[in-house]
Design a protein around this ligand. Sequence first.
Ligand code: KIV
Ligand code: ZN
Length: 390
Amino acid sequence: MSKDIVQIFDTTLRDGEQVPGCKLDTTQKLVIAERLEVMGVDIIEAGFPISSPGDFNSVNEIAKLVKNATVCGLTRAVKKDIEVAAEALKPAARPRIHTGIGTSDSHIKHKFNSDRSKIIERAVAAVSHAKNFVDDVEFYAEDAGRTNNEFLAQVCEAVIKAGATVLNIPDTTGYCLPYEYGEKIKFLKENVKGIEKAILSCHCHNDLGLATANSIAGVINGARQIECTINGIGERAGNTSLEEVVMVMRQHPNLNLDTNINSKLLYSTSQMVSQKMGMPVQPNKAIVGSNAFAHSSGIHQDGVIKNRETYEIINPEDVGVNESSIVLTARSGRAALAYRAKKVGYELTKLQLDEVYQEFLKYADRKKEVVDNDIHEIIASSKVNIESLT
Ligand code: KIV
Ligand code: ZN
């Protein structure tokens, strides 16, 4: 059975770039946009054109550069925003305007001092205006995660009638539980007239560490686009991490879902974005962290050396990491020491390994991690005759 493709909408250059102190200039954004396109991202959200002349310029330059992916610009449900975004997107082969408004009672009351019917009017007016410039209009219902489902369905129905091609259902505050977010998407699929004319999109924030789980719950329930960022960067605790959702779908064939992403470029893209933004990737970050394929306890090392799959569910090469690493610490066992010693040129017999291992433990207790150079020193100071080693 052929798999359904979930579109990957990358917002590293817009929502991701909202991280304090991580601003990118146009040249850096162009390099990242080029890489996102090569990696197979379907939609690149290039920026928020009305927010500053610099952002306008970045969106405009990315629109000129990108050939296959859709290039998208964010707006509020404000005429001027939409006109400026349309202008910035003019050179794009596939332009998309992403417009929207807050739909939760809290946003309606505190942000807009308005009411539900006026919010629907503004949403429809924004989509209709954007349709004067581009065919592809995505509508976001900000704070959809905390929006009443019946009202959300009314908003969706109205903007589809106005021509919206994609409906973004953001869990703006990262509040939803996966089953709730999944039910929300299911509710919209089942209750919005005309829903077959639009794609439902998941845009989840990570305030409770649930962005990936919520996005996956969304696609299981019928959404066909995920909005995400490289390394999960973004406001506060960040957005859904691109590499995580891509690999969840790849590693779970039963979902019958896939993306157009070349996963072998995930690691190098993560490194590139981290360096350009000056934002280190946490070592235990799933898929792309430096420890994601590192094994340091004796039991795990022994298992991985015998068969990688005992403790690894992803082949590191599939995400562009050369190989799993066996990290030598005081918790490592003989199997790991023999494995690493062999890599640096020593084939140890069982007796030799016993000798060297005792020396290794003393050394490892003094040092957090034993590296290749240390192995030469450990073998030299053990009672083993180096000449007899191959
Ligand atoms: O989190 C959010 O609601 C957003 C919208 C502007 C799409 O980023
Ligand atoms: Zn967001």
